[in-house]
Design a protein around this ligand. Structure first.
Ligand code: AMP
Ligand code: MG
Length: 424
């Protein structure tokens, strides 16, 4: 039995980033960038007004007020034609380029406009002929966003290894990237094993249970951004396992549920060995999840061999092992820079007593407390088969057994389920 850190390192060192390819921007969401992105233009591309109003020379508003002749109307998308000179201004709309000579914009709400000496409205009708700026101090640069204030041409906008989130899709569009290089998504095959299993649409007969893990593992891998294939249920016979596993080894990752404990029908490790999958480790000091098996397919062809995770059949054990070991492997395959979840610090709400020498990942709910930070409540969990309680958890409390007894308010670490803000 090995420690979690040792297992993680063994997985990490055998996991290589997948190949890259070019996709259309509208298909890139959720993938990981395989290239650094550089700006091809300045943003904004010109000095622009950030309010609707009048562009003028700040120094002309002497003694806090002044009247200006309006020379031009500039809307977003226009190019200004006329210079603003002493005593003149241009009517300007949000986003429009600043005219030469002007160094400030006064909001129209702070002005009184006239058209041939009659009061004029800002929006409707003809352009005002003159405008009076009320009592106020006008600063040079007021209500202007300078050219390249957001970013300048040549500036790095995003880095290889970043997840393409919705805002990043916008940024990529802003710098003209209609296509982008991303890392290929991993193909994950999911295989449930067990003579007792029936598929979820079937009502189990005596001695049977429904296949919970197949759909759950598929869902977990899909949320991570993998391309998932369900292989169905293999029976606990050499022949059945061999047939299904052989098929699953075509994927980048094969997740097998069940058949890796110490029972007489736990044939998975021996079938994997027969099919050329080298065992890297079997059994980790973690609770639940101790029987986890990990190996890598030896392959003569020029492609990285399939990573095989033999996950314990008990659903919560399988889920915890996915969170701890499979998720970081998928993150690395997908090219993410940050691949392991960072634990958070919190305070335990209730008493806890540790038994045994394995690190316990206990279903829990963490909620933010304004004064004391994260408060972690252990759920009344009934063990590895109790997926229902697990489904109410938002995190796993990490209970190391050091010290063996914890009191309410004691510091503990926990990790959120469903990733760590990595985007997977
Ligand atoms: P195993 O790891 O195959 O020894 O299975 C351990 C426990 O998990 C047994 O009680 C199995 O019935 C149960 N189990 C195995 N596979 C599944 C599955 N796909 N869905 C739900 N429970 C399972
Ligand atoms: Mg079994």
């Amino acid at each position: 039995m090995i420690d979690i850190d040792v297992a993680l390192e063994a997985i990490r060192s055998r996991t290589d980033e997948l190949d890259r390819f070019t996709v259309d921007l509208h298909e890139a969401l959720g993938s990981v960038l395989a290239e650094d992105i550089v700006a091809d233009i300045d943003s904004p591309p010109h000095d622009k007004a950030i309010v609707d109003g009048y562009a003028l020379r700040a120094a002309d508003v002497r003694a806090g007020s002044g009247t200006f002749r309006v020379v031009e109307r500039i809307v977003a998308g226009d190019n200004p034609h006329l210079e603003v000179t002493e005593g003149t201004c241009s009517q300007i709309m949000t986003g429009a380029p600043m005219p030469g000579g002007a160094d400030a914009v006064v909001m129209w709400e702070e002005t009184a406009a006239t058209h041939n000496n009659s009061p004029a409205s800002f929006l409707g009708g003809a352009m005002p002929t003159s405008v009076t700026v009320g009592e106020q101090l006008v600063r040079s640069g007021q209500n202007i966003m300078r050219q390249a204030a957001s970013f300048a041409v040549g500036e790095k906008m995003a880095s290889r290894g970043q997840v393409i989130t919705p805002p990043l899709v916008g940024v990529l569009a802003e710098v003209g990237r209609g296509v982008v290089d991303v890392v290929r998504r991993p193909k994950v095959a999911v295989l449930a094993t067990g003579d007792e299993l029936v598929e979820c649409r079937t009502r189990p007969a005596a001695g049977q249970i429904r296949n919970t893990n197949g759909p759950m593992l598929q869902a977990l891998a899909t949320v991570c951004g993998a391309d998932c294939a369900d292989l169905g249920i293999a029976r606990d016979t050499h022949k059945s396992l061999r047939q299904f596993i052989e098929q699953g080894l075509a994927a980048d990752v094969l997740l097998i549920s069940g058949g890796v404990s110490a029972g007489v029908l736990d044939l998975v490790p021996s079938v994997l060995k027969e099919l050329g999958v080298e065992q890297v480790f079997h059994k980790v000091r973690v609770k639940p999840g101790k029987p986890i098996w990990f190996g890598k397919q030896q392959t003569p062809v020029k492609r990285s061999g399939c990573l095989v995770f033999g996950l314990p059949g008990n659903p919560v054990s399988g889920l915890v092992c996915f969170e701890l070991f499979v998720r970081p492997a998928l993150a690395k395959l997908m090219g993410l820079t940050a691949t392991t979840a960072q634990p958070h610090a919190g305070r335990l709400e209730s008493q806890y007593e540790h038994h045994g020498d394995r690190v316990m990942y206990h279903p829990a709910v963490a909620h933010a407390n304004r004064t004391t930070g994260w408060s972690v409540k252990l759920l009344p969990w009934k063990g590895s088969a109790d997926l229902r309680t697990m489904s109410a958890a938002n995190c796993l409390a990490i209970l190391t057994g050091d010290p063996p007894r914890l009191e309410p308010g004691d510091p503990i670490e926990f990790q959120f389920l469903g990733g760590s803000g990595l985007g997977i």
